[in-house]
Design a protein around this ligand. Structure first.
Ligand SMILES: Cc1cc2nc3c(=O)[nH]c(=O)nc-3n(C[C@H](O)[C@H](O)[C@H](O)COP(=O)(O)OP(=O)(O)OC[C@H]3O[C@@H](n4cnc5c(N)ncnc54)[C@H](O)[C@@H]3O)c2cc1C
Length: 380
């Protein structure tokens, strides 16, 4: 069996590594002319780390990331809304959240792919087993894997049409070259405003690399020059704690990445014929749960395992979808709901929300951790 992977993001690269482990022949094609360190930081959930444990990459990732011993949500006045003890999570599920620079993650994944990643190869058509690229070249395979992200052309043209949903939030991200105090490196989280629908977070993701992000509830399509964005961010974060303000004061406005947050309405079908989807192409979620990439990583492992087991691709796809679709949908739904909660703009609504979160029984949080991190990765 031979597979073609379209897209060398986190989902595509992890699929390549998982196929490699299954000794399935593949080629991987990426539209971008080079694998650049795009994006800022990312949190990898314990479930993703457990997959990488099985793929032999966990040690390399742990050496280049920051283990978060605890994760919190606080309100802007410093009141603790939620506290997650990751040492406990680690003990119960094997691994817990690691924060890493996206460029570092991409580098580790790309280095683990033991064959060339074809760059500057935008897929523009699929005809049966043949994939056509923008430069006029073609390749063919038994299985074509669309790992081409939320705006997946593979999905739209060959599997199913998706409906994009604007979350109501826009987001700025950046890496700032500095170091947090030691105690703040191992404990990170997000801070929620009491009015205006603002959230912000800082976390150490590597040596001299602090990942900053902020979301703000506003209509889609806002445009800011880097300087305007920085002025706006500083103003919105004026009521936030001094550490966040200090980090933001070191921000290079040209390093800001700005984008509106979208997901896709959960799909009912992830494959058609010899074409199958993984990652954001199949189930892009809003980033509120910090699980988008982790779900892509689970997809990669499960799909490769079934392809290793089944000689007929469609049987493997059916098993993969049966195993993954409902779980990914629940992540999309939970993340969407959390996003709605954080979009509350008025003080009364925010205080009520905060009260409810603070009084959420532990058993509900525990159930959610079981769901997110306690996933069984064994393939019967
Ligand atoms: C603000 C923000 C913060 C986030 N934070 C987290 C987090 O902390 N934790 C987490 O788990 N997730 C997080 N996510 C989600 C995570 O980034 C995505 O779920 C993940 O990157 C999806 O990976 P992917 O490989 O499926 O898609 P992508 O990363 O989008 O990769 C798709 C690749 O396909 C290529 N491509 C596209 N079209 C073609 C084509 N026609 N031919 C060839 N190549 C093509 C693209 O160039 C790209 O390299 C966040 C998302 C956002 C927006």
């Amino acid at each position: 069996m031979k597979a073609i992977i379209i897209g060398a993001g986190i989902g595509g690269l992890t699929t390549a590594i998982a196929l490699q482990q299954q000794q399935i022949q593949f080629e991987i094609y990426e539209a971008a002319p080079e694998l650049k360190a795009v994006g800022a930081g990312i949190w990898l959930g314990g479930n993703a780390m457990n997959v990488y444990e099985r793929l032999g990459l966990a040690d390399a990732l742990k050496a280049s990331s920051v283990f978060l011993e605890s994760v919190f949500i606080k309100d802007v006045k410093g009141q603790l809304l939620q506290f997650i003890d990751n040492l406990d999570i680690q003990q119960r599920y094997g691994n817990a959240t690691h924060a890493i620079h996206r460029g570092t993650l991409q580098q580790i994944l790309a280095n683990a792919v033991k064959q060339p990643i074809h760059l500057g190869k935008r897929c523009v058509g699929i005809n049966g087993n043949v994939v056509r690229f923008e430069d006029g070249t073609t390749d063919s395979a038994d299985v074509i894997i669309g790992a081409d992200g939320i705006r997946s052309a593979v999905r739209e043209q060959y599997v199913t049409k998706a409906q994009y949903r604007y979350s109501g939030q826009t987001c700025w991200r950046a890496i700032i070259n500095t170091t947090l105090p030691a105690s703040e490196q191992v404990s990170s989280g997000e801070v929620w405003s009491r009015k205006g629908g603002v959230r912000a977070s800082i976390s150490q993701v590597g040596d001299q690399q602090v990942y900053f992000w902020m979301t703000k509830a506003m209509p889609a399509g806002s445009k800011f020059s880097p300087a305007e964005a920085l002025t706006y961010i500083r103003r919105e974060l004026a009521p936030f704690d001094l550490r966040i303000q200090d980090i933001v004061s070191r921000l290079d406005p040209d390093a800001l990445i700005h984008g509106d947050l979208y997901d896709i309405q959960p799909l009912k079908q992830w494959y058609r014929g010899n074409v199958v989807l993984v990652g954001d192409a199949a189930h892009a979620s809003t980033p509120n749960l910090g699980q988008g990439a982790s779900q892509a990583i689970e997809d990669a492992y499960v799909l490769a395992a079934y392809l290793g087991q089944e000689s007929q691709p469609e049987r493997a796809f059916a098993k993969y979808q049966a195993r993954r679709l409902k779980r990914a949908k629940r992540v999309v739904d939970l993340s969407w709901m959390l996003g709605r909660l954080t979009s509350v703009k008025n003080t009364t609504g925010s205080l009520l929300r905060n009260y409810l979160i603070r009084h959420t029984p532990n058993r509900i949080a525990r159930k959610q951790f079981d769901f997110l991190y306690g996933v069984n990765l064994n393939i019967e």
